[in-house]
Each structure stands twice: as structure tokens, then as C-alpha cells.
Design a protein around this ligand. Structure first.
Ligand SMILES: Cc1cc2nc3c(=O)[nH]c(=O)nc-3n(C[C@H](O)[C@H](O)[C@H](O)COP(=O)(O)OP(=O)(O)OC[C@H]3O[C@@H](n4cnc5c(N)ncnc54)[C@H](O)[C@@H]3O)c2cc1C
Length: 305
């Protein structure tokens, strides 16, 4: 199998998600080449051919120009699969490329099992195994689903590419999301509330524990979607990515989208009634308890210190 990995460059930097693309190629035991609109001063560690468009000429985000460049690489390489990250860049570019190739697109891949592409359905509660019938397939990878035990090494063999396509869009720049008074990325301690808190009033006990530990409180997506916490407190792929010294996950199952935002935390404590909850796989300590009893007791003990 031959695949093209589409790396990303944002705000003057190569994105770390390139390592997930490389991990995916490894898992597929595929021959790969890489595509990047970026700069020679920030190349990925990669053992293979890298088609490099100049970001200074093509722009960081110009889907029509990037599509023209990528289609040219695809015509040369004739890959079976074109692989994007499931990011705003991938969401925009992947369907344009799939449509141009009349290829199937499978979005948000989390695994590959016996050749079937595995994607989440029903908000991540179920998984669907997909078999593709077209010759070429375009996929996007869920953040955090494919990882390497060690950082990749190597120097790519760069081939510069250009296009005459100017596109009809002009990149206007990035706008930082409003942070408000909370910046979870700077907190050394985060205590997060999951759906296991049961009702909005119980978020207060999570906030109280966070305060006792001199930290901030965060939340999983269902808690935010229910309006029990503000979006700026959401941890995960569609929220904040955090790496505090201590992360306490209260009533959080450990869905891949949540783990992607917190698994780099130095020390993880999970409080869950289910001893088999997936959060246990990343937790340093798993407390099997009802958070409604355990969290207030823990807060009291810490306050008494
Ligand atoms: C495109 C996409 C993006 C997403 N982005 C995010 C994201 O950024 N962040 C995010 O968090 N999710 C995200 N999700 C949702 C994600 O798939 C999960 O649905 C979500 O993380 C589950 O949240 P949870 O763990 O709080 O709830 P659940 O999965 O319902 O888990 C609740 C947990 O609480 C435990 N529990 C229940 N009662 C108690 C109790 N009394 N005491 C202790 N434990 C108890 C249960 O055993 C269970 O493990 C995204 C999904 C999609 C499809």
C-alpha cells in the first residue's frame, strides 16, 4: 500500500500532528511520502520523500492552491490513500481532494482492525468498521488515536513543488479564541468534572476541590454541552489541550477525544465508580468510588492540612 501523508504548518510552525501521520503509516506497514506547505527551516523528522510547497508563496491556508499542489503529487505518486489530520485544515482540504479524485472519504479514523477503517459514531459511544470500495481513499485521523512510542527520526528528501493556481481565496490570518479569565493551559493543577457528576449543582464540589488544590476546574464535553460549565473549561480535542502537574478526572470515562487533551499531564488521578473505565489506562491512580462521597471528603482533608 502507498500513502500520502498531509502534514500541517500553522502560525509559522510545523504541527506535532505530523508524528501521528507517521505512526499511522507505520501501523498500515505502508510506503509513504509526505506533502507539506511549509518552510525548509521547519522540516519534520521523517525518513522519506517530502513534497514541499513554499508557504511564503502558497500561504498557510489556501485550500484551492494547496489542493492543486496536492493533486499534482497524487498524480505523480498514485497512492492508495491520502491521509490528513482531523483538524480545521483537514476538514477543509480532505473533501475537496476526495471530490476531485471521486474517492471515498472516511473521517475521524480512530483505528484500523483487520483492514477495516474504524470510526466513532453516536458521539463516540459506538464504533463503526468501514470497508472502502473505491481505488483511492481519503482519510482524516482523530487527534491522539495514533501515536509513536518514540519520536520519529530521519531527514526527509525534499522535492520542492509549485503551482500556477492562484485560487480565489485570500488567507486573512488567525484570530485567537477568547480566553476570558481562565487559561487552563497555564494551570498546574486541574480537577475536571465529567458526566458522572450527575447534575449541574455537583460541579461546585469539583470547583471546590480545584480551589483547595490551588488549581482550576475543567470539564468534559457533555458537561459543557449541557451548559453546566463554560466552553473555555472544556478539555479535549474540541476544547483545551492541557499538561498540568496534576490532573484529577472526576466521573470521566476516558473517551479518546478527552484523553487527547490531557494525557500529557504529569500525574493523573481518576475517580470513577467503574474500575474498568478506560481512564484507568492513563491514570497513575484510579480511585474506585462515588465522586459525590469521595470528592467532598478529599476537599475537607486538604483544607485541613
Ligand atoms: C468530534 C468530537 C469531538 C469531541 N471532543 C471532545 C472534547 O474536546 N472533550 C471531551 O471531553 N469529549 C469530547 N467528545 C466527546 C467524547 O467522545 C465523550 O463522549 C466524552 O468525553 C464523554 O464524557 P464523560 O467521560 O464526561 O462522560 P461518559 O463517557 O458518560 O462517562 C461518565 C463516567 O462517569 C462515571 N461515573 C458515573 N457516576 C459516577 C459517580 N457517581 N462517581 C464517579 N464516577 C461516576 C462512569 O462510570 C463513566 O465512566 C468529542 C466527541 C466527538 C465526536
Amino acid at each position: 500500500m502507498k500513502i500520502v501523508l498531509v502534514a500541517e504548518y500553522r502560525d509559522g510552525k510545523l504541527l506535532g500532528s505530523v508524528n501521528e501521520l507517521i505512526a499511522f503509516a507505520g501501523k498500515m506497514a505502508a510506503d509513504s511520502v509526505m506533502f507539506l506547505v511549509g518552510s525548509e527551516s521547519a522540516l519534520p523528522a521523517y525518513e522519506g520523500k517530502l513534497y514541499l510547497g513554499d508557504v511564503g508563496v502558497c500561504g498557510e491556508f489556501n485550500p484551492e492552491v494547496h489542493k492543486a499542489l496536492l493533486l499534482d503529487v497524487i498524480a505523480r505518486e498514485q497512492p492508495d490513500m491520502i491521509v490528513f489530520s482531523h483538524s480545521s485544515y483537514g476538514w477543509d482540504l480532505a473533501p475537496r481532494v476526495a471530490y476531485a479524485l471521486k474517492a471515498a472519504q472516511v473521517s475521524e479514523l480512530v483505528d484500523v482492525v483487520d483492514g477495516a477503517l474504524v470510526v466513532p459514531v453516536c458521539n463516540g459511544k459506538l464504533r463503526r468498521n468501514v470497508q472502502v470500495k473505491t481505488g483511492k481513499t481519503v482519510v482524516t485521523l482523530q487527534a491522539g488515536a495514533f501515536g509513536l512510542a518514540e519520536a520519529p527520526t530521519g531527514t526527509p528528501a525534499v522535492e520542492k513543488i509549485t503551482t500556477v493556481s492562484a485560487g480565489r481565496l485570500e488567507f486573512g490570518g488567525y484570530e485567537a479564541a477568547e480566553q476570558g479569565g481562565v487559561d487552563l493551559t497555564k494551570a498546574e493543577v486541574i480537577v475536571s468534572a465529567g458526566r458522572g457528576v450527575g447534575k449541574p449543582e455537583n460541579v461546585a464540589m469539583i470547583a471546590a476541590l480545584a480551589k483547595a488544590l490551588k488549581g482550576e476546574y475543567g470539564a468534559s464535553r457533555p458537561v459543557v454541552d449541557s451548559g453546566w460549565a463554560e466552553h473555555k473549561r472544556q478539555v479535549g480535542t474540541t476544547g483545551q489541550s492541557v499538561a498540568p502537574k496534576l490532573y484529577v478526572a472526576c466521573g470521566i470515562s476516558g473517551a479518546i477525544q478527552h484523553l487527547a487533551g490531557m494525557k500529557k499531564s504529569e500525574f493523573i488521578v481518576a475517580i470513577n465508580t467503574d474500575k474498568d473505565a478506560p481512564i484507568g489506562e492513563v491514570a497513575d491512580v484510579l480511585v474506585v468510588a462515588d465522586l459525590k462521597q469521595f470528592v467532598p471528603l478529599l476537599t475537607e482533608k486538604i483544607q485541613a492540612l
